[in-house]
Write a protein that binds this ligand. Structure first.
Ligand code: SF4
Ligand code: SF4
Length: 152
């Protein structure tokens, strides 16, 4: 059995209200970045947490505290969510400090399979975060293709 954890982007899960349904669907179906595990090997999702928000000077400490909340529970692999890999300018720095602090934890850069290019995804997230609509659209609208991603 492989014990895994997932850490997501707070902009997407908290500000854009993503309930991580696509991450979880692909985990169940062994698609995207979960395809790497043998089909007959049970996957145990031990924990799921968002990052602590966009950083200040305390960024490494903040992300490491979030990771520790999962890593303390005998996790073999930590997936950084697809949204983190697509929108986060700090993702590689985070990867570096996590690897240094938790050398036995396998870091996987991604979760669900991309359903659009990272550039389109970034534009969509920007639209969700900067919108003035009331009620605001959410990540669920973007997943269902109900919002337009503006061309820049
Ligand atoms: S990777 Fe996709 S489904 Fe998962 S939390 Fe981020 S936006 Fe939501
Ligand atoms: S962009 Fe990066 S630091 Fe900011 S909320 Fe998303 S994952 Fe966290």
């Amino acid at each position: 059995m492989t014990r895994i954890g997932i850490i997501t982007c707070a902009n997407c899960t908290q500000d854009a209200n993503c309930a991580a349904v696509v991450c979880l669907a692909d985990l169940r179906k062994r698609r995207g970045f979960f395809e790497r595990y043998p089909k007959d090997e049970p996957l145990n999702l031990v924990g799921f947490i968002s990052c602590a928000g966009c950083p200040t000077a305390a960024a490494p400490e903040k992300i490491l505290r979030r990771v520790k909340a999962i890593a303390d529970f005998k996790v073999h692999a930590l997936h950084l969510s697809y949204c983190m890999t697509a929108v986060c300018p700090f993702v590689h720095k985070y990867e570096e400090v996590i690897r240094e602090k938790f050398p036995n934890l396998e870091i996987v850069l991604g979760t669900h399979q991309p359903n659009r290019s990272k550039e389109e995804f970034r534009r969509g997230v920007k639209e969700l975060l900067c919108q003035t609509l009331a009620p605001p659209q959410t990540m669920a609208d973007m997943i269902r293709g109900n919002i337009k991603t503006p061309q820049e």
